[in-house]
Design a binder for this molecule. Structure first.
Ligand SMILES: *Cc1c(COP(=O)(O)O)cnc(C)c1O
Length: 372
């Protein structure tokens, strides 16, 4: 029996556009009909995970028939020890993206105001839309997120959440710890600062705000996807006041993290030497990207992340043509979505061969962008 009537979805879902925040490189490879030569568009770590994490995953694979520990007990203990906080002040989840979904669900209902920067990390916005929140944006200032403007908008709109990434994606810029502390102070007590620190491993140590879990309106998000090279495993965590952290237990997917993932993250956090090696390799790759940009007359923006925003020197349409040609030539990169940030393309740290492919493709990409 078939019927033309479909089960009605909620009015909220019916009102949402059919958007996808990111088109994956696999999708692009399928439409190109060939694999990319260089995968330097999604800020993954081409340097891969720690060999100790790989060994831990192999071992855990044997026990794949068991569900993962729903309390993430060992991993939370290790993270707490590493950061000098209590295990009750850490919650683990399916990447920062998964934790954003839970966080928005905790605080946002129909028409709740949420403040972010225009052009900032889109997955957060995607969750806000999914829970019916009202997104308010403030512009970047000189390629940096503008904490004073965020605080002003939060007060004016009576926002429940304010999002800021430090260091920032897509620009790679960062703010000194004092500016973040001032923002946290400026927010009303009923407004949560969602501080996305996906790239904190690359931040100069003196730019990192000390952890203070006594504050009930500050949550700090970290991930194993970037410096730890475990993007494909989906694991991140949030640090905050224990009462706020405990509330995730009311709504989270308790079996959301498999054993292999938990074992990988545990081994990775315990291998700080490997992490330091990666951070050094990334710094060297950023310098090489800067040299490639300069050799082509382009300006690489300063970055405290594992990617570099390269200013293509014209508008978004021009940068889009550069990007299209790079992709066509087998170099996967991405770009910011909104002016004036979209004059840039965003290039992730690569190995020597990845950056050689970039150096080879960029002159033709610029020539093609000039012509049309
Ligand atoms: C990569 C990234 C994330 C996603 O982290 P996952 O843990 O992989 O979900 C979140 N925020 C920013 C700013 C990122 O660049």
């Amino acid at each position: 029996m078939s019927s033309d009537n479909s089960v009605p979805q909620t009015p909220l879902v019916q009102s949402l556009p059919a958007t996808v925040p990111f088109v994956g490189p696999e999708t692009q490879e399928r439409s190109l009909g060939r694999p990319f030569k260089a995968r330097i568009g999604a800020n993954e770590s081409v340097f891969g995970p720690s060999p100790k994490a790989i060994a831990a995953m192999q071992k855990a694979a044997q026990e794949g028939w068991k569900y993962g520990d729903p309390e993430f007990f060992e991993l939370r203990q290790a993270l707490a020890k590493h950061h000098g906080v209590a295990p009750e002040e850490v919650m683990v989840g399916e990447g920062i993206d998964g934790l954003f979904g839970y966080t928005v669900r905790l605080f946002v209902e129909a028409d709740t105001a949420v403040v972010t920067s225009l052009g900032a990390y889109p997955t957060f916005n995607f969750h806000v839309a999914g829970f019916g929140g009202r997104l308010v944006t403030v512009p970047y200032r000189d390629d940096h997120e503008d904490p004073e403007a965020l605080a002003e908008a939060a007060s004016a709109e009576r926002a429940r959440l304010v999002y800021l990434a430090n260091p920032d994606n897509p620009m790679g810029s960062w703010l000194p710890a004092e500016r973040i502390a001032t923002l946290a102070e400026a927010l009303p007590p009923d407004c949560m600062l969602v501080l996305d620190e996906a790239y904190s491993d690359f931040l100069p140590a003196d730019a990192l705000l000390p952890l203070d879990t006594s504050r009930r309106n500050l949550l700090r998000f970290r991930t194993f996807s970037k410096a730890h090279g475990l993007a494909g495993l989906r694991v991140g965590y949030v640090i905050g006041h224990p009462e706020v952290i405990d509330s995730y237990n009311k709504i989270r997917n308790h079996f959301g993290l498999g054993r292999v993932t938990q074992a990988a993250a545990l081994a990775a956090i315990e291998d700080q030497d490997y992490l330091a090696e990666v951070v050094d390799k990334v710094a060297a790759a950023r310098a090489t990207i800067g040299e490639i940009a300069a050799a082509n007359g382009l300006n690489a923006l300063p970055s405290a992340t594992n990617f570099v925003a390269v200013d293509c020197g014209h508008d978004g349409a021009f940068a889009k043509r550069v990007l299209a040609s790079l992709v066509e030539q087998g170099v996967f990169v991405r770009m910011p979505g909104v002016a004036p940030l979209d004059r840039c393309i965003r290039i992730s740290a690569g190995k020597a061969e990845d950056l050689a492919a970039l150096a080879e493709a960029l002159p033709r990409a610029l020539a093609e962008a000039q012509q049309s």
